[in-house]
Design a protein around this ligand. Sequence first.
Ligand code: FEO
Length: 391
Amino acid sequence: MAVIKIKEDVFYVGANHWDRRLFDELIPLSEGTSYNSYIIFGKEKIALIDAVDPATVDQLLYNLEQLNVQKIDYVISNHAEQDHSGGIVNILEKFKDAKVVTNEKCKNMLMDLLLIPEDKFIVIKEKDTIDLGGKTLEFYLTPWVHWPETMVTYLKEEKVLFSCDFFGSHIATSDIFNDEHFYMPAKRYYAEIMSPFRNNVRNNLEKVKKLDIDIIAPSHGYIYKNPQKIISAYEDWASENVKNEVIIAYVSMHGSTKKMAEFLREELIKRNINVYFFNLTYTDIGQLAMALVDAATLIIAAPTVLAGVHPQAMYVAYLANLLRVKTKFIGIITSYGWGEKAVDSLKNVLTYIKPQFFTPVVSKGYPKQQEFLQLKNLADEILKLQKDIVK
Ligand code: FEO
């Protein structure tokens, strides 16, 4: 994307990756993504804040040419993941005197991942500063947003927080200051990237809230001229609060499980409970992850396959476990023909989280009156339990 002025002598020089559709070979990118890199011109020194993914490094180099950048003194690396650090190698090739400024952990990771020699680094600690000449960079360590080495950089005079992944969103857009459309892409990003670390997110929120911030400039997606909007959204998402919502994630081979999942869905709606209904054969995992940010209850519905549960259901259980969802209650609905193993298979995967489990609803073949009665009882129990905890 073209160069965009952020503040006096501060410019966006990053890259949109419009057609990328998968991140880390795992996360669907329905709207592409961007790698936001920034350049700051002090009276004496010039600093680049993060680089870009190697696939888009030509855009970064082109933007630097447009600004007639002849030298870079410092490349600030807030995070070692290659979507930001990969292009540092190209920057160091072109700007021979540039030094990489980062914390000790990140330095070691960059040496491991990118083979950057140790003498290219300047190592900083919490609250260290670098004076560019009228522009002061101050560094804050913010572990686990997204990796253990992540940090943020605060430009004191201009009150800009360069937060890297923290507050980011996976979207390729030219409308980079749009503060109406930011919510869902940012929530999706939070769900996929940040939600497993919500304790750390809360700690880091407290740290950055002490700063006087005019602009939050992450290294993905939107730039926030009204920082309170994204900070408030993060406070909500990273809290332990849940909403009066149920996710039904189902897969069905011959219709028995589907019938039960649909029946439960309607019973819950009758009880004024909001339901997210995902057919796992087609589900966008990002949508499911977003729903898991808030829902009080997760219902996994799947048939038995061979000696276990259908693999699509296992994937959801594994994902929920990895994301360490704050879901308070989990229910399992299953059907089988001759061997009934699905419930134990799923429970064995959910090792990191400690939800309360409902009594499973298990149908031999197509559901009958007894299972429908059990599903009504399940809907009643969900209603009662959620009423007790939802604010
Ligand atoms: Fe955008 Fe964790 O890298």
